[in-house]
Design a protein around this ligand. Structure first.
Ligand SMILES: [Zn+2]
Length: 285
């Protein structure tokens, strides 16, 4: 309600570090309707990536994501970054340079970086009122370059309430965002869409109820396993080490506390989609 009135903001609330570069065109000349993930072609922290664009004379991105998953702002959302070798794309897109964890030929990324991209895109969709993210695989028969790519995109009939994923490799003959990420994209997009949906579902019944179903917590132990489901019988997806972030829990379920005791404890699902954590190792904020 009133959400569609909001047209622009400087940055997402998920931004942890800001270092703006002059490499941009102010303001963007089109409404935001796309998201363009790039690979940075190196293993970098968010701070290092921001410094790189600050010192560069001809390149930038709206956001950078470091290999640890930290989100940095290089160009405000209201401005057009110089990222995708295409003015037509970058005026419409929020561009995101994601750190790699290794180099050619696959250009993989860390799960933390991918999680951060998911969270950032969900946040962008919710702020600008997009109901979903769509990704279309570009046929090999469509030439690389702005003209052919834009013509193809026009022919797609992208739904108005959808944020379109576009790729650098469509505009210029290069690997970006890399084989590894392109392969992961359908899964990444479906995760984003699931998270947008779950927020929408909660909004429906009563606003108060929707708000109370989310809990903000901080982790109280130095290392906490994140698991695929609620309980130690689910595999570990990642470990939160010395985690100081405020985490949002969107669902709670009872699950095994340990394999030996069969004790049941409360588990909470992270809003980021990373998995479930034992609530006893957190405290409410
Ligand atoms: Zn790129």
């Amino acid at each position: 309600m009133g959400k569609e009135k909001k047209m622009s903001r400087a940055k997402s609330g998920l931004t942890k570090v800001v270092k703006l570069t002059d490499n941009c065109t102010k303001p963007r000349n089109a409404k935001i309707s796309r998201i363009t993930p790039h690979c940075i072609a190196g293993k970098m922290t968010a701070e290092a990536a921001l410094t790189f664009f600050k010192n560069s004379t001809n390149s930038s991105a709206n956001y950078v994501i470091g290999h640890g998953g930290k989100i940095g702002l290089s160009v405000r959302e209201t401005d057009r970054a110089w990222t995708t070798s295409s003015g037509k794309n970058d005026n419409k897109a929020i561009t995101v340079e994601i750190s790699n964890s290794a180099g050619a030929p696959n250009w993989p990324m860390s799960e933390e970086a991918v999680d951060a991209f998911v969270a950032l895109t969900v946040d962008i969709c919710e702020y600008y009122g997009f109901k979903k993210v769509v990704y279309y695989e570009k046929p090999m028969t469509i030439a690389i370059g702005e003209e052919a790519t834009e013509k193809w995109i026009t022919s797609l009939d992208v739904p108005k309430d959808a944020l379109l994923v576009t790729l650098h490799r469509w505009y210029k003959n290069k690997a970006c965002p890399g084989k590894w990420f392109v392969k992961r994209l359908p899964e990444v997009v479906s995760r984003i869409n699931k998270e947008i949906k779950s927020t929408k579902k909660e909004e429906k019944p009563a606003t108060e109820k929707a708000q109370s179903s989310e809990t903000k917590v901080i982790v109280t132990v130095s290392a906490l396993n994140v698991r695929k489901g609620p309980g130690v019988d689910y595999p570990i997806t990642k470990v939160l080490k010395n985690d100081k972030e405020v985490r949002t829990i969107v669902d709670k379920k009872k699950g095994l506390a340990s394999r030996s005791s069969k004790n049941m404890i409360e588990w909470g699902e992270l809003k980021s989609g990373a998995g479930w954590i034992a609530m006893k190792h957190t405290k409410k904020v």
